[in-house]
Every structure is written in C-alpha cells, then in structure tokens.
Design a protein around this ligand. Structure first.
Ligand code: SME
Length: 159
C-alpha cells in the first residue's frame, strides 16, 4: 500500500504535489484500468469537499463508467448529455458552479452541487473524461481547473 499525504497551504502547491505523486504512481504501469483506479484513490484522498471522483471512458462514441470513488453511478452517458457528455462533445473543460442549473445534468448523487469535468485527450483522440463532484456550490475555481487539467494530462498518457 502506498501512503501519500498531500496537504498544502495553497491550491497551486497542492496540485503540484498531487501531480508529482500521480506521475510517480502511474508512470511505471501500462495497464490503463489499474492506473485509473489508483488515480481515483489518490485524488480522492487529496482533495477536500468532494463526494464523487472518477473516470468515464470513450467506448465507441459513448461514455462508459470507469474506476471511481464515491457512490455507484450511471454507467453509460451519451456524448452531448449532462456535464460529462458536454465535456466529451466539446472537448472542453466543464466547470459548473451549480449543477442544478445545467441543462440535462445527470444527478447520479443527489449530494452533488458543483462539478468539474476534464477531457482526456492523447494525440487528438478523446480517451474519456475525469469527473469530480462536490457537495459545495462553486467548489471548483480557476486554480482547481488548472490543477485538474494537469492531472488529466498525466492520465491521458497513462491509460
Ligand atoms: N453528473 C454527471 C454524471 C456523472 S456523475 O456525476 C458521477 C453529468 O451530468 O454528466
């Protein structure tokens, strides 16, 4: 078992430490599912105020649930549906302060109030998305977005 303790006074430092730990955790392993599972566990332990964190994979143009932490979630999400589907279709980060105001939001966990979804892209191919939910409204700011994009870049090479 690995024991990472990532605590930092400010978000940029937190995400820098987290990116470094994640890189070390996944860089020696070629199995994408194992890497997503370990990444979900690591990020889950390191970020405060989140209630779901995980991966959806692009399987033939549909998002299919991958490794995650949190409550059981919806398995299949079409591109263009909900926050994850919007990220997949647009290939752009979706940072949503109030998910209840997002058209078509899929409420997998009723505790979720804000959400960030980051596309995982390698060599122009959409591999999936990293999805993080929070019970707090507007939990994710621009520093979280920059940090999560960095984590997604590491994962796009590891799956
Ligand atoms: N809320 C997401 C669905 C996935 S769950 O949050 C785990 C969405 O609207 O795409």
């Amino acid at each position: 078992m690995y024991d990472f303790r990532i605590e930092a006074a400010d978000k940029p430092t937190l995400y820098a430490d987290l990116a470094s730990a994640l890189d070390g955790l996944v860089s020696g392993e070629s199995d994408g599912i194992a890497n997503m599972a370990n990444a979900a566990a690591l990020i889950w332990e390191s970020l405060p105020d989140i209630n779901w964190l995980g991966f959806y994979r692009n399987i033939g143009g549909e998002l299919v649930l991958g490794p995650f932490q949190g409550r059981p979630a919806c398995v299949r999400i079409p591109f263009g549906t909900g926050v994850c589907g919007a990220a997949a279709a647009s290939r752009e980060v979706q940072r949503i302060d109030d998910v209840h105001a997002f058209p078509g939001h899929i409420a997998c966990d009723s505790a979720s109030n804000s959400e960030i979804v980051v596309p995982l892209i390698r060599d122009g191919e959409l591999l999936g998305v990293l999805d993080i939910d929070s019970p707090k409204h507007a939990r994710f700011d621009a520093e979280d977005e920059a940090g999560c994009v960095r984590l997604a870049e590491i994962m796009a090479r590891a799956i």
